[in-house]
Design a protein around this ligand. Structure first.
Ligand code: BES
Ligand code: ZN
Length: 622
């Protein structure tokens, strides 16, 4: 089977670029089957990294030495690493003898392959290099972009951006341990996805260790004026000092979540679990960097209404970080499992009704995404198993992997019962700990361990339909929420003009009910007059909950409710989380307000991370 796949790949690369030399074909054929990495990991695997780095805020560069320990086949004569815009100074063996290397021409998505000639017996290479000041993973913030007035740096490596700050085998199927020594300015504290300091020292030099093997996309570094506060015995939070108490109070349930998670699916394998609150330009809600989740400050709302994000990132400590997708085509194995696990943690902490509301919101996201993808000719991308070869793996980040993945697992749970399913997941995490898995391997594991072991006939055709077919599965188990049903009735009456806005009593409702209400309003036409009344009653334009703000501003743009626009513009200039930015900019473009979009974007763009501005540049043709 493997041979067939390899020869198809060779053919594909031949016809795809008939002009290329044989060398490229050989490189493709030799690599593992991750289409987003040049690594020749079936010849040589990187098994440990020693990273020595100096963070220079003046030049916005990291100067570093990466020493890779190799696990190589006897006859392997070269090591191929992924790089993106790295300025390589030199490469040596462990004794300081220079090794020759070559960088291939840069591919816009994949970067350049770095091929290092190995001598017999070399099991280490030492690479000295400097990152580009435009490195895609890195965001350098000036002192006027932080609360503390100190500069800040953070990385975002997933999916394939680690190669822009470390020359590495940047594939989720390749794991390594690491240690690091990082020099930073004295006023700042560095943190990594590793053992972390809890306070600054007076040398500015810090040591880190990650003893469990991780894939490159989980490499992370943040440097800022950061302070720490303990939550529970294994848990705590880092933030800029003026935000620390609010962050601590928002995340006070983290230790409890961790204990519930362990009770569900087995021991937490990473020792500590800390959270780091980043400045608002962080392009994601959260990133599951091992031992230290990076999080957006937009979840600090004061009422803990968005802490399911913590449950999500924590759940990745099992699904994703412990058992990892082999390639980005199988990304749903990371995110679908994590949304399922997140929901179970939320159920354990907040109860069934709460978890069902979250599941329903997940269903709405899925439905909107499928409708939208079908309309815009992206039908193929609505199946769980993706084909992202030749494309940026970022294109696979959608509600399909997350929410279709989630509902597929709920569907399996329904077939075999919750108890058997929980046992199955426990075994799955144990047997695949610190390993990578692809969709086909998962299906075989599911057949044997979820179904046959429990004497339930394996519904192969259905499983394959869920995983490989596009569109909305007709047997999706619908979440049921009594609270949402009540919202639906009231909203229908309100939209029909039969219920005044104050009787929606949204002031007494949870954030999730309000979000459901706003989703329903989005799906229907609503008059400008009604929007004004709603705003007067509930102050949505000035909400400080980013989830509510995003839905509200999209409605406001559609109905040309201009009173909301200044608040919308402020929001876009403050927050850099792509999930919020995209729908708002998209609505502006759809409603012929591209000029306004560009005017705001001009101001806002310097505050966005590469991940966000790349998407918006494309949308606005910037
Ligand atoms: N691992 C993802 C973030 C990610 C995915 C970064 C793919 C780059 C490529 C993280 O766990 C995540 O899913 N974050 C979500 C929040 C979550 C509650 C759904 C986000 O940032 O919105
Ligand atoms: Zn996730």
């Amino acid at each position: 089977m493997k041979y067939i796949a390899i020869s198809i790949l060779m053919l594909a690369s031949l016809s795809w670029c008939g002009c290329q030399s044989d060398k490229k074909v050989e490189m493709k054929a030799e690599k593992n089957l991750d289409p987003h990495s040049y690594a020749n990991s079936n010849q040589v695997k990187t098994s440990h990294l020693s990273w020595d780095a100096e963070v220079d805020f003046n030049s916005k560069q990291i100067k570093a030495t990466a020493t890779w320990t190799l696990d190589r086949k006897e006859d392997a004569n070269q090591l191929v690493l992924d790089t993106y815009d790295l300025d390589i100074d030199k490469v040596t063996d462990s004794k300081g003898n220079e090794l020759s290397y070559e960088l291939s021409e840069k591919d816009d998505i994949l970067g350049s392959a770095m091929s290092i000639q190995l001598k017999k017996g070399d099991d280490q290479v030492v690479i000295s290099y400097v990152t580009s000041s435009e490195a895609a993973a890195l965001q350098w913030l000036n002192s006027d972009q932080t609360l503390s007035g100190e500069p800040f740096l953070f990385t975002q490596s997933q999916a394939i951006l680690a190669r822009s700050w470390i020359p590495c085998q940047d594939s989720p199927g390749i794991r390594f341990t690491y240690d690091a020594e990082v020099q930073v300015p004295l006023r700042l504290l560095p943190l990594m996805s590793a053992t972390n300091p809890q306070k600054k020292n007076d040398s500015g030099k810090y040591r880190f260790k990650m003893e469990q093997p991780i894939p490159a996309y989980l490499m992370a570094l943040a440097v800022g004026d950061l302070a720490f506060k303990e939550i529970g015995k294994q848990t705590g939070v880092y933030a800029e000092p003026s935000l620390l108490d609010d962050a601590h109070s928002e995340f006070i349930e983290t230790q409890q979540m961790l204990e519930k998670a362990e009770k569900l699916y087995g021991p937490y394998q990473w020792d500590r679990y800390d959270l780091l609150v980043l400045p608002p330009s962080f392009p994601f809600g959260g990133m599951e960097n091992p031992r230290i989740t990076f999080a957006t400050p937009t979840i600090i709302t004061g009422d803990r209404s968005l802490v399911s994000l913590v449950a999500h990132e924590l759940a990745h400590s099992w699904s994703g970080n412990l058992v990892t997708t082999a390639t980005w085509n199988d990304f749903w194995l990371n995110e679908g499992f994590t949304v399922y696990f997140e929901n179970r943690i939320m159920e354990a902490v907040y109860g069934k009704e709460y978890a069902e509301m979250l599941a329903y919101l997940s269903y709405t996201d899925l439905k909107n995404t499928i409708d939208n993808y079908l309309e815009s000719g992206k039908k193929k991308d609505t199946s769980l198993k993706l084909d992202l070869e030749g494309r940026d793996p970022d294109e696979g980040v959608s509600a399909i992997a997350y929410d279709k993945g989630f509902f597929f697992l709920r569907w399996v749970e329904k077939q075999i019962g919750t108890k058997a399913f929980d046992q199955f997941l426990n075994d799955y995490f144990t047997t695949h700990a610190f390993l990578s898995i692809d969709t086909d391997q998962f299906i075989e594991y599911l057949r044997a361990n979820a179904f046959e072991k429990n004497n339930v006939k394996f519904p192969e055709a259905d499983v394959r339909r869920w995983i490989f077919q596009p569109g909305m599965p007709e047997d999706l188990p619908m979440p049921e929420s009594a609270l949402f049903q009540e919202v639906e009735q009231k909203t229908a009456a309100f939209l029909a003009g039969a219920l005044p806005e104050d009787q929606l009593v949204l002031k007494d409702k949870s954030t999730h009910e309000i979000l459901h209400f706003l989703q329903l309003v989005t799906e229907n036409q609503v008059s400008l007059d009604k929007l004004q009344k709603l705003d007067k009653e509930y102050n949505f334009s000035q909400s400080t909950n980013a989830e509510i703000q995003t839905l509200w501003y999209v409605i406001a743009i559609r109905e040309d409710y201009q009173e909301a626009f200044p608040y919308m513009a402020d929001f876009l200039k403050k927050v850099g989380r792509r999930k919020f930015l995209m729908p708002i900019y998209e609505a502006l473009v759809e409603q012929d307000k591209k000029e306004l979009a560009l005017e705001i974007y001009e101001d806002a763009r310097p505050g966005y991370h590469f991940v966000s501005y790349r998407s918006i540049d494309q949308l606005l043709g910037y």
